[in-house]
Ligand binder design. Structure first.
Ligand code: ZN
Length: 416
């Protein structure tokens, strides 16, 4: 796996003639405000490439794409970095189960992800960075944390001392300990100073891949990769020193709501341990997507994959429309009905946009912008759009189909 700049072709962003309001995103500490035309440092936690991209992943990446598009459409400057967790237990387990090389599996699934994101018209990260390519950064970051007194050893593994950050826990300590065990942590390991301390560097186990480092031969724990990748690729050469000119080092760290704890909490704590500074101004989390009334999960075998849906002939714009027809932050279901409604709506929208005469368009375009500015309220934006479609179908005239088409494409990523 290589570090890739501009990992896939960016979609065309048609210019829109519209003053966009300040974008308000609901985050851990109220609302994070992003001004139109500003410079955005956005870090989105990427995939662990052991399986194809399912609709839950797609919904997450589409959400951050809406933020990316909003700032780009307002002539702002977006610095967007995403990692690939191409070394971790789930990947090694799947490769062992299927008798294939873990690195080949990671490459294959990352290629598939790239194709899915291209089809869905998601802007590519400026830097798409596999964990296996940043071992030198992990090494220096751990050295900095040792110097700052945040590291201890259990047998030959290095652990991060989390105690001084527990005041920032997004959930109760009891709940955190229980979640930690389900999400890759080892609260019960004997010899740890605190049950919530996460492993930073895992000394090599027989048969597992490993890397040389000043801390022994081994591999990194999960959270440190996002800490170092975001700092290095969003801040540049001074990543270990941080950037004291800013209230926080980056604007947004994003991902699914299953990353609130431990992953985002731990990466923020580690960034603070390295640089002494606050990591992100805000954390934005997307809801989980279920399927026909159940949680979508690999153990239930009910994952709906983007690549499979595309192979079955579903239009990627229908998938995009269906996923943003619900609000990003809510847990929601993917059902046959949502899909068939999206197919019908998209056909009607295309019909309206292809008419010679369409209903007046100024109001619908500004309604879409205002809805997005209000915590990416895509259901409200699409409802205004459908009202406009209805008025057009009813014979109203005086608008410009091109104006609506450009706004849908630019702001919502829906190219019709
Ligand atoms: Zn991450």
């Amino acid at each position: 796996m290589d570090i890739v700049k501009n990992a896939w072709p960016n979609p065309y962003l048609p210019p829109i003639d519209l003053e966009l309001p300040t974008l308000h995103l609901k985050s851990n500490n109220g609302f994070t405000k992003l001004d139109p035309g500003s410079s955005l440092r956005l870090y989105v936690c990427g995939i662990t490439p052991y399986d194809a991209t399912h609709l839950g992943h797609a919904a997450t990446y589409l959400t951050f794409d809406l933020i990316n598009r909003y700032i780009r459409a307002s002539s702002g400057d977006v610095h967007f970095v995403e990692n690939i967790t191409d070394i971790d237990e789930p990947l090694l387990d799947r490769a062992n189960r299927d008798g294939i090389n873990w690195s080949d599996l990671a490459q294959k699934e990352t290629d598939l992800f790239t194709r899915d994101m291209t089809a869905l018209r998601v802007f590519a990260p400026e830097w798409f960075v596999p964990a296996t390519q940043v071992m030198d950064l992990v090494d220096s970051a751990i050295t900095a944390m040792i110097k700052n007194g945040f590291v201890y050893t259990v047998e030959n593994d290095l652990y991060f001392k989390v105690s001084s950050f527990l005041g920032d826990l997004p959930i109760s300590e009891e709940e955190a300990i229980s979640n930690f065990a389900e999400r890759g942590g080892d609260p019960a390991r004997v010899g740890k100073e605190h049950p919530l301390d996460p492993v930073l560097w895992i000394a090599n186990r027989d048969g597992e891949p490993g890397w040389d480092s000043s801390h022994g031969f081994g591999r990194p724990g999960w959270h440190i990769e996002c800490a170092v990748i975001s700092l290095r690729y969003l801040l540049g050469a001074t990543f270990l020193q941080g950037d004291t000119s800013r209230e926080a080092l980056i604007d947004i760290q994003g991902g699914g709501s299953d990353l609130i704890f431990p992953h985002h909490f731990m990466s923020a704590a580690q960034v603070k341990a390295i640089t002494g500074q606050k990591f992100a101004r805000g954390y934005v989390h997307t809801g989980m997507i279920g399927f026909n009334g159940e949680k979508m999960s690999k153990s239930k075998g009910n994952l709906v994959f983007v690549s499979k849906s595309l192979q079955e002939g579903i239009d990627p714009m229908v998938i995009r429309y269906a996923l943003i027809s619900g609000h990003y932050s809510t847990d929601r279901m993917w059902t046959e009905e949502i899909l068939s409604n999206a197919i019908a709506d998209v056909a009607r929208i295309r019909g309206a946009l292809s008419r010679m005469e369409v209903a007046p368009t100024g109001t619908v375009v500004s309604h879409i912008a205002i809805s997005l500015a209000n915590d990416l309220d895509t259901p409200s934006a699409l409802s205004a759009l459908l009202q406009w479609v209805q008025a057009t179908e009813g014979g109203a005239t005086g608008g410009s189909a091109g104006e609506v088409a450009r706004a849908l494409d630019s702001l919502l990523g829906l190219a019709f």
